[in-house]
Write a protein that binds this ligand. Structure first.
Ligand SMILES: [Zn+2]
Ligand SMILES: [Zn+2]
Length: 505
């Protein structure tokens, strides 16, 4: 269902909770600076602006969670209390609330309906900048890289099993393509949730799991050597040069949409593409201390020719909550709303989730610079960023014997929780929307705040005249947010000025 709860208000008692200022930061930046960014991205070249799917992502985001753009009415059957819930944008790139909801749904789905109760290890493969750039646009090639990656890891697990006398073992994994790095830079990398062992089949129905031994450095390094070689060959076959420069002459991305390709290339390199800071790296704040990598981390970690493979995080069988948290981490949205701050001089600070090894704790963006990064993160429409491999692949022969639900997810995004139709006696039939919201927000959204009753959906209101009438009657704002016109020429910016931050929060 297409809803955002956190901006809900209730009536007739009119429980109206104003949003906290930090929740508004991203909306404010998009509303005030998007048109300026769009004009700068188009430059002087007619018809060479941002592609439509990127423009749509920003336009839809502006009205996401805004009652004036449409809402759903819920009513309590017992006391007639009503609640309005605003519609959401369903954005896949940077909307923090839609991204958070999608993360919750998918993680719940993977744990309930995809992974059997066996140990799962996370293998993270990071790629050289040139490869990141190419894969961000060429999704077919991205899937081919994922296939190479999984053949190597699942093959290694099979080999491990064979060495211990387990013949014909088969492994499986779910690979999550993450497009962003911690600086909101375009960094396509692969989080693979790999079942830590192999299955064998005795007779027609019974499958057995054989746990792997833990990979240690001498294993991770040769595996990465193999991966680097195979991915390098794959790139060469597709005419991708291994030069340091991101954009070359025969670049299909540049041919199709030069403005977005330019933003993406700059984002991969970690520099601004537009405005007075073009070509400069993002500004960093923090104490210049060096945080060393722990010995335990090093053991599971290999680095080579710009590739990086990390296999240090595993979840034992039975730890389903931990597995769900790990899935959420891999599926998380690029921007956490609570980590953005707007300074009085209009700059944006992003607090990093984890301090970088060079001590950086915050990054400082000019608003247009931030929008550049967000634009580069928008995935092309209809591409699937969650891919199933081995025995978990959609048509794998053993899949039905291994996944927890019989009529399980078909391995496509359309079949994800909230819409899927799992039927198995003794299990929950489906992840209801309210249940998912409870997982996200920590309370039951269909519980009536006035009595012990349950609320049910009454109507979806999308007609502008009806929306305005209801909201005015309730004395709620009925204006749909609009983008502020572009400022031309761009505001001068003192790039050496020390940013001043709003306190609190
Ligand atoms: Zn009630
Ligand atoms: Zn949204």
């Amino acid at each position: 269902m297409d809803l955002a709860l956190h901006r809900a208000v209730a009536f007739p008692s009119l429980v109206y909770r104003p949003r906290r200022p930090e929740q508004e930061v991203l909306h404010t930046i998009v509303r005030d600076h998007y048109e300026t960014f769009r004009a700068q991205a188009a430059g002087r070249r007619e018809g060479q602006g941002l592609p439509r799917f990127v423009e749509r992502a920003f336009e839809d985001f502006l009205s996401c969670g805004c009652l004036a753009a449409g809402f759903v009415r819920f009513r309590c059957a017992a006391c007639r209390h009503e609640r309005l819930v605003a519609c959401s944008c369903k954005g896949r790139a940077f909307c923090p609330s839609c991204g958070g909801r999608r993360m919750t749904e998918r993680a719940a789905h993977l744990v309930e309906y995809v992974f059997p109760d066996v140990p799962v290890r996370q293998w993270v493969l990071t790629l050289p900048p040139r490869v990141r750039y190419v894969l961000a646009w060429d999704h077919a090639l991205c899937r081919a890289v994922v296939a190479v990656y999984m053949r190597a890891v699942l093959g290694w697990l099979r080999q491990q099993a064979r060495a211990r006398g387990v013949r014909d073992g088969r492994g499986g994994a779910v690979v999550i393509v993450q497009r962003f790095g911690s600086a909101l830079n375009l960094n396509v990398h692969l989080h693979a949730m790999v079942m830590d062992g192999v299955f064998t089949r005795d007779g027609r129905r019974d499958v057995r799991f054989h746990a792997a031994r833990h990979p240690i450095a001498p294993d991770v390094t040769p595996l990465l050597v193999t991966l680097a070689k195979r991915i390098g060959r794959l790139m060469a076959r597709h005419g991708v040069s291994d030069g340091a420069e991101c954009v070359d002459v025969a670049d299909p991305w540049v041919e199709e949409t030069p403005s977005l390709a330019g933003l993406a290339a700059a984002s991969v390199r970690g520099v601004a593409a537009l405005g007075p800071r073009a070509g400069l790296s993002v500004r960093r704040c923090g104490d210049p201390v060096v945080v060393p990598e722990s010995t335990a981390q090093r053991e599971w970690h290999a680095r080579l020719y710009g590739f990086d493979l990390h296999a240090g995080i595993a979840v034992r069988a039975g730890a389903r909550d931990r597995l769900e948290r790990l899935c959420r981490y891999a599926l998380r949205p690029a921007v956490g709303q609570e980590r953005l701050r707007l300074s009085p001089d209009g700059q944006v600070a992003l607090e990093l989730r984890r301090r970088w090894v060079n001590g950086t704790t915050h990054l400082v963006f000019d608003p247009v610079e931030l929008l550049e990064r967000l634009a580069a993160l928008v995935p092309r429409p209809r591409i699937n960023l969650v891919l199933y491999h081995g025995v978990l692949a959609p048509r794998a022969a053993w899949r039905s014997a291994i996944v927890p639900a019989q009529a399980a997810d078909d391995g496509h995004e359309s079949g994800m929780a909230g819409e899927c139709r799992h039927k198995r006696v003794g299990r929950r039939p489906n992840w209801g929307w309210a249940e998912l919201m409870e997982r996200s927000f920590g309370y039951d959204v269909l519980a009536c705040p006035q009595c012990a009753g349950r609320m049910t959906l009454v109507a979806l209101i999308r007609d502008a005249a009806v929306i305005a009438r209801i909201l005015r009657h309730l004395h709620l704002p009925d204006a749909v947010p609009v983008m502020r016109p572009a400022r031309e020429p761009p505001l001068p910016l003192d790039i050496d000025a020390e940013p001043v931050w709003a306190s609190g929060g």
